[in-house]
Design a protein around this ligand. Structure first.
Ligand code: SAH
Length: 227
């Protein structure tokens, strides 16, 4: 599959500079660096912030959410190393940009977003660009997407007070998950792996700040007032 490259020459130079910035952060894998050249981030963020799409920073996408910093996403890809046969679960579709990067590496991407408008927008952009191996769902991703489990790769773009057990349950043998865990203001990025049936956790970066994972196994979103 080769999604159509929707090129806008205004952004070519900025995109090349972003790739250099990502490389300078220690991401040397050429396959990963090339992805950042292939996927036009300016189409995934709202038009009003398209001019900031190739800054190495989080960009607001509406509804109080942000598209994550590209170099951090490159780091995710390097640690998760999705392969062509891998089924990938993404929690927090957001702009859909990481979804596209993952779709170029893995077999299929299953991505869950709690804000319908963001999911609808991501669907439209991904469809326009010809991605066929992406399934999106609106809902609480802290409980995963059991129907398609187990997953070889799980990536969580929002911070949780603890590792959601439902996500660990849906991690395949040999599978790896990245999730920011900690307090509301600052978190550690944890790499969680299932190796020989055992779960291993490792903190790979501290001092991260992600938007909160709101839901049953995340932070209370104020909607669960049941008995
Ligand atoms: N990778 C995305 C990051 C978006 S920010 C990008 O680069 O655009 C994280 C996203 O997680 C937000 O869109 C937020 O709405 C979503 N989110 C938070 N809690 C969630 C939950 N329980 N289930 C699904 N999505 C959630």
């Amino acid at each position: 599959m080769e999604p159509d490259a929707v090129e806008d020459y205004r952004f070519v130079g900025a995109r090349r500079r972003l790739i250099e910035t990502i490389r300078a952060q220690g991401i040397e894998d050429l396959e990963i660096l090339r992805l950042f050249d292939r996927v036009p981030r300016h189409l995934f963020v709202p038009e009003g912030v398209a001019h900031r799409a190739y800054e190495d920073s989080a960009v607001p996408i509406g509804f109080g959410q942000t598209a994550s910093q590209p170099s951090l996403q490159a780091y995710y890809l390097q640690l998760l190393a999705p392969g062509p046969d891998d089924r990938i679960l993404e929690i927090g579709t957001g702009s859909g940009y990481l979804t596209a990067l993952l779709a170029l590496l893995g077999d299929r991407v299953y991505s869950v977003e709690r804000i319908r408008e963001l999911s609808v927008r991501a669907r439209r952009v991904l469809d326009q660009m010809g991605y066929k191996n992406v399934a999106l769902m609106v809902g609480d991703g802290s409980i995963g997407w059991r129907r398609y489990a187990p997953f070889q790769v799980i990536t969580v773009a929002a911070a949780s007070p603890s590792i959601p057990t439902a996500l660990v349950d849906q991690l395949d043998e040999g599978g790896r998950m990245l999730i920011p865990v900690g307090r509301r203001e600052v978190q550690d990025l944890l790499l969680v792996r299932r190796i020989d049936g055992r779960i291993e956790e490792e903190s790979v970066r501290d001092g991260c700040t992600f938007v909160p994972l709101l839901g049953r196994y995340g932070w209370d979103d104020g909607t669960d007032s049941g008995p």
